[in-house]
Design a protein around this ligand. Structure first.
Ligand code: NAD
Length: 477
């Protein structure tokens, strides 16, 4: 049993009230985490406030050096990150190694280098010079979800501290283990006390207390759209800087000229990676009428060959969903799809697995056809291993279908005509579209959604600008 404590002001601070953290692949309780509330959040905010001035006075070079030190120390513990992430989330260890562990290290390293190389524009007038100075915003409140725990936490902490802010972070109560590992790493390398404070607990208590705290100047939130609305309702009247990275219901558009042999494995990856629990997953697959039968046969065959099981086995393509209650929610959408007239082409139920995985939150990868593209199953975010298939007759119809939901996070287009793919991509109303690839990430590019998928952009210079206040100093010569 792992005992997790809050990390506040450079110290691990135990509290009396605990929540249990469960391994979703077995149902076993693996850790106790603090059930923090107002008192703990206030302590963390006060620590961040005390550290704020001296941290902001360090040179940019000194702060980037700290990021590199964190990256090195995290890299040294890459195997621990992967195994803890797999244990906590139920995701396959291979994925946790390839994506979660490596990206968490890369986030710190990337922002260290990017901030070093970054320069702000100055604007010359006939008789004066405008100097743009990026100042820290103050205390950053960072709230993150369970699907990519350390990956998303490090994506916020790195740019926040490199720009001179101090941080109070609350990871998801469902997956606290790697945030705790980050606390250990930060402690070991001796990052000045109070620069990064990590408080564990429920969203409605610890999360809400961070958003409500008047000393917290900025909120960067990644999570569901409904929670995002609550966060915005609290933060907006307090004029906090706000970034909201929310839900998605992303379309995958398959044109008739795509190379199916090459694209089907990638389309399956985009539907089912991390058990479909990635905000960018392509869960609505729109297929040209001209290749419908061939695509459906080949796609179903491919997905049927994907293995669900023990997350620690290198042979598992899919592990467990994050919790039994989340699996129930995902299953309820499969039942809804049946009531809406959908046909289940594969999956649709929990696989029969040997002990101890018989108690885990597993679900077979599921493909549903025959639904209206406007049905609830095809327009609401399910966030699980469930995709729906829809056929279109023209590019215009594909675009209309792609844009029919309230979400606008990501999408992908598959075609051998790259020019046509790019033209189509430009008409999809989302923050990101991939052509002939998916989740191919360059950390310099803007990341974020439109419509109900969020407000603001993070990534590269967008992160540096979000985590700073641009101040103009006009000097008359
Ligand atoms: P969630 O909204 O339930 O929780 C996210 C975080 O917010 C957790 O830490 C939670 O404790 C906290 N929280 C809950 N209520 C709160 C409140 N009232 N005030 C402050 N904090 C509160 O989301 P989840 O179930 O953890 O994650 C899944 C969702 O996240 C999906 O909708 C997915 O699409 C979205 N997501 C979006 C992105 C993106 O970049 N757009 C990335 C990953 C996940």
């Amino acid at each position: 049993m792992i005992q997790i404590n809050n990390y506040i002001n450079g110290e691990f601070q135990p509290i009396k009230d605990f929540l249990e953290d469960t391994n979703p692949a077995t149902g076993e309780v693996i850790a106790n985490i603090p059930k923090s509330g107002l008192t703990e959040v206030e302590k963390a905010v006060n620590a961040a406030d005390e550290a704020r001035i001296s941290w902001s006075k360090l040179s940019l070079e000194e702060r980037t050096d700290w990021l590199d030190k964190i990256a090195d120390a995290l890299e040294y513990r890459s195997d621990d990150i992967a195994s803890l992430e797999s244990l906590d989330t139920g995701k396959p260890i291979t994925l946790a190694k390839a994506v979660d562990a490596s990206r968490s290290v890369a986030n710190f390293r990337f922002f260290a280098k990017f901030a070093r190389d970054f320069s702000v524009e100055n604007f010359e007038m006939d008789d004066a010079m405008n100097h743009v100075v990026l100042k820290p915003v103050g205390i950053a409140g960072l709230i993150t979800p369970w699907n990519l725990p350390l990956y998303l936490l490090s994506w916020k902490i790195a740019p926040a501290i490199v720009m001179g802010n101090t941080v109070v972070a609350k990871p998801s109560e469902l997956t606290p283990l790697t945030a705790n590992l980050l606390s250990e790493v930060i402690h070991e390398i001796g990052l000045p006390a109070g620069v990064v404070n990590i408080v564990h607990g429920l969203g409605s208590e610890a999360g809400q207390a961070i958003v409500e705290n008047s000393k917290v100047n900025l909120i960067s939130f990644t999570g569901g759209t409904i929670t995002g609305k609550m966060v915005a309702a609290t933060a907006a009247p307090m004029f906090k800087k706000l970034s909201l990275e929310l839900g998605g219901k992303n379309a995958t558009v398959v044109l008739e000229d795509t190379n199916l042999e090459e694209s089907i494995p990638e389309i399956a990856r985009s539907g089912f990676m991390n058990q479909g629990q990635v905000c960018l997953c392509g869960s609505r697959i729109l297929v040209s009428d001209k290749i419908w039968d061939e695509f459906v046969d080949k796609f179903v065959d491919y997905v049927k060959s994907m293995k669900v099981g023990d997350p620690s086995s290198p042979n598992s393509d899919l592990g467990a969903l994050v919790s039994l209650s989340h699996r129930d929610k995902v299953e309820s959408y499969i039942h809804l799809a049946q009531r809406e007239g959908g046909e289940i082409l594969c999956g649709g139920k929990s696989p029969k697995l040997p002990s101890p995985f018989d108690k885990g939150a597993f679900l077979e990868p599921t493909i549903i056809s025959g639904l209206s593209h406007m049905s609830r199953t095809a327009t609401e975010e399910i966030f699980g291993p469930v995709v729906t298939l829809h056929r279109f007759k023209s590019d215009n119809e594909a675009i209309e279908m792609a844009n029919c939901t309230e979400y606008g996070l990501a999408g992908s287009v598959w075609t051998s005509d790259v020019k046509r793919g790019k033209e189509l991509a430009e008409q999809i109303e989302t923050g990101m579209v991939w052509v002939n690839t998916w989740l191919h990430r360059d950390l310099r590019v803007p990341f974020g959604g439109v419509k109900n998928s969020g407000v603001g952009r993070e990534g590269g210079r967008w992160s540096l600008s979000f985590f700073s206040e641009a101040v103009n100093i006009c000097v008359k010569e």
